[in-house]
Write a protein that binds this ligand. Structure first.
Ligand SMILES: NC(=O)c1ccc[n+]([C@@H]2O[C@H](COP(=O)([O-])OP(=O)(O)OC[C@H]3O[C@@H](n4cnc5c(N)ncnc54)[C@H](O)[C@@H]3O)[C@@H](O)[C@H]2O)c1
Ligand SMILES: [Zn+2]
Length: 371
């Protein structure tokens, strides 16, 4: 049976990919440096012991070379993951995400191996603002918003052509990319480098642009993870979820096991070679709705979301995925709805450890004038 290398395989998404690969009969090697911020206790207890584990860092080429040698396919998920944090730990994000991927590509180009497929984890953050429709001008892509201070006026971007009113529409893969953070820059570079080298050397590559991933094993103590985990940990610790702007900004949430399926499907299917796909649910959900849903499902009394009407630099107002390409080309459909996923998330969180480190993280951003 084929052997798959999963970099970052001890992480949130990676561990689900590993479980699913093993269920399907693949042999799996995990390559992960067990980054302290993500794994303060070392190898996580959910780690699947049927997967071979190599503790190594993608920034160290020699360690990575040994891991690549015996594999038939690679799912590259190892990365520093934190949009806000990337704005002040610039070298770390560039080294882990861009240089780390460059190391992997160098190995694929310059050493003997039998790798026949590389799947790389890109991100919706590379779009910046999503796609919108203007009554007069048709589909438009507004630039990132510029605000200073706080306010209660309109948070919605305006049409870049006529300054008119816009309504958000699904964002497709051809939408121009406008990075809003070093993290996004690093994911964009990773995607482009991988596809370019793949095409040049005939190594099939697929780049998957994950939208907001949520589900079991997302760290509830790492304040740089996704909004669902951050809110959950705030509420579980008796604190209100803190909401920027007016809370009506939207995101597209996708269940982590659906993401794992998309990774494996694109690894297996030739139709996915040299292609880029959005992996989202296609359904926009407001930040206020997430906070409200979590509070209701946890049945906590006396907590309501704290809406701050402040702007976090670089935040997008709306971005949700056009899912037609991956559906039409690979037959991929997410299987877990937002409502069902939120219920499953709560069930899992009752057992999970959550330390609320939100204030520490937001004070780092404030200190640097990013909120
Ligand atoms: N979670 C999301 O919503 C989301 C959205 C878009 C894209 N992604 C991408 O998906 C991938 C996985 O993200 P995740 O949410 O599972 O994050 P995660 O932090 O849980 O997992 C990342 C894993 O990579 C490991 N790692 C970090 N730096 C490394 C290095 N230098 N060398 C080796 N291993 C290293 C960490 O120890 C961790 O186990 C990342 O590439 C991320 O950019 C995630
Ligand atoms: Zn217009």
């Amino acid at each position: 049976m084929k052997k798959v290398l999963v970099t970052g395989g001890a992480g949130f998404i990676g561990s689900h990919v590993v479980d699913s690969l093993i269920r399907k009969g693949y042999r799996v090697t995990v390559f992960d440096n067990l980054e302290k911020q993500v794994h303060p206790g070392g190898l996580p207890d959910y780690y699947n012991l049927k997967a071979e584990f190599i503790r190594g860092d993608v920034r160290k080429k020699r360690q990575l070379r040994d891991a690549v040698k015996e594999c038939d396919a690679i799912i590259h998920l190892a990365a520093a993951v934190g949009v806000g944090q990337s704005q002040y730990m610039i070298s770390k994000y560039v080294e882990s995400n861009i240089q780390g991927t460059a190391n992997l590509l160098d190995i694929l180009v310059n050493t003997k191996h039998r790798v026949r497929k590389l799947v790389v984890a890109s991100s919706m953050s590379i779009y910046g603002e999503g796609l919108y429709s203007c009554g007069k001008c048709g589909k438009v892509k507004p630039p990132l918003r510029e605000f200073s201070g706080s306010g209660t006026g309109s948070w919605e971007p305006e049409c870049p052509c006529c300054k008119g009113k816009l309504s958000p529409v699904p964002t497709n893969e051809d939408t121009p990319l406008v990075s809003n953070s070093i993290y996004a820059v690093s994911k964009k570079e990773q995607e482009e480098m991988s596809l370019l080298i793949g095409r040049t050397y005939g190594i099939p590559v697929t780049a998957l642009r994950f939208f907001n991933v949520y589900g079991p094993r997302q760290s509830l103590s790492n304040p740089y993870t996704g909004v669902a985990a951050i809110f959950l940990s705030r509420i579980k610790n008796g604190n209100p979820p803190v909401i920027y702007e007016d809370g009506l900004q939207t995101r597209d949430f996708i269940w982590v096991e659906d993401i794992a399926d998309a990774c494996i499907l694109s690894m297996e299917k030739e139709e996915a070679d040299y292609r880029v796909y959005n992996v989202g649910s296609g359904r926009p959900v407001s930040i206020l709705e997430i906070a409200g849903t979590l509070i209701n499902l946890l049945s906590v009394k006396g907590i309501s979301p704290e809406v701050t009407f402040t702007f976090r630099k670089g935040d997008v107002r709306h971005c949700f995925s056009d899912t037609s390409r991956i559906r039409n080309e690979l037959g991929f459909e997410p299987s877990v709805s937002f409502g069902e996923g939120m219920k499953r998330l709560i069930t899992w969180s009752r057992k999970a450890v959550s330390e609320d480190r939100f204030l520490k993280a937001s004070s780092e951003l404030k200190k640097r004038g990013l909120i």
